[in-house]
Write a protein that binds this ligand. Structure first.
Ligand SMILES: [Zn+2]
Length: 318
């Protein structure tokens, strides 16, 4: 079906399956909570809803090692034990669910590059802690890293901006591209002295040829919208100076006041502010190409409010 709108949103059961059970903060209800708010707010009438797509093993291996991918596949059959040291339990169908997160992001990349859409949102995505060879922090496959490699290897798009406003540092992306001068990385997160994963100090700016291409901004616990908006112009000008051809935003809702596992105090206005700014930047520098990934967020009311604010900002940014 031809595109009806210039913004698309991925929703569907296969994406909702990425979750670690009802008792885990990253439970399967997160998708439903967003979907409900999305319809209540009438966003379905202003966007195209697209079905999730599973990534091939070959696509996943653009970022992850084959050994790790095979391990996830094996553990996915039985769904017992942990993939890491205790944060990320295995579940039956985990391989397919994680492949669907990554595949939906890559499908959005394809569509944006074919100019079917200008902007895309994938709510269950932005699994920024997984490394090339390990799972971490509720993240099995790092769809952000996979999308970056996919842009390069399938579409020859090299200079990519990755911006992250989740409460947690995007360590899986940062360390995988720490020495990569073409990955423009900007991350506002709760100071690692107070929150998992403990990384992302301001002094971490990239290494070797990539020195100066990464911006880490640790925020104090309790950081609010005023502080966010004070820091944001620095992030925007940093990304702009990097001359990206594509913008990815991980807009985790766990940096919103009232999240049960972090200590930040933004409202959804901070996320809308970031989206508006980056959509404009992408329109000016990247032919519009902008993808937002839902990321973390463990307070259901916050997820509903924040991600709908993100989509609304994507619709109104000019
Ligand atoms: Zn997070």
């Amino acid at each position: 079906m031809p595109a009806q709108h210039d913004c698309c949103v991925y929703l569907g059961e296969a994406l909702a399956r990425y979750g670690f059970g009802d008792d885990h903060p990253f439970g399967p209800q997160r998708h439903e909570v967003f979907q409900h708010a999305f319809f209540v707010n009438g966003l379905d009438k202003q966007t195209d809803i697209l079905p999730p797509v599973a990534a091939s093993q070959q696509t996943i291996e653009l970022f992850h090692t084959r050994d790790y991918v095979e391990r996830v596949k094996r553990m996915s059959k039985f769904g017992t034990g942990f993939l890491d040291h205790g944060d990320t339990p295995a579940f039956i169908g985990m391989y397919e669910a994680a492949a669907t997160v990554a595949g939906s992001v890559c499908d959005a990349v394809d569509r944006l590059l074919r100019r079917e859409y200008r902007r895309a949102f994938i709510p269950i995505a932005g699994l920024h802690h997984a490394r090339r060879e390990i799972a971490a922090g509720f993240c099995v496959f790092n769809d952000c890293g996979i999308a970056i490699e996919y842009l390069r290897h399938r579409h020859n798009v090299r200079r990519i901006a990755y911006v992250d406003i989740d409460a947690h540092h995007g360590d899986g992306v940062f360390y995988s591209f720490e020495d990569d001068p073409d990955l423009i990385f900007a991350d506002l997160h709760e100071d690692g002295r107070f929150l998992y994963p403990g990384t992302g100090a301001a002094a971490e700016t990239g290494i070797d040829a990539a020195a100066g291409t990464k911006l880490n901004v640790p925020m104090p616990p309790g950081a609010d919208d005023r502080l966010f908006e004070k820091v944001w112009p620095k992030v925007e000008s940093f990304v702009r100076r990097g001359k990206p051809e594509f913008v990815l935003l991980q807009c985790g809702a766990d940096s919103i006041d009232g999240d049960p596992i972090t200590h930040m105090a933004y409202t959804e206005s901070a996320h809308a502010h970031a989206v508006t700014s980056l959509c404009r930047l992408a329109d000016e520098c990247c032919g519009g190409r902008f993808i937002a990934l839902g990321g973390g967020g463990y307070n259901h009311a916050n997820i509903a409010r924040t991600w709908t604010a993100v989509v609304s900002a994507m619709l109104s940014a000019t």
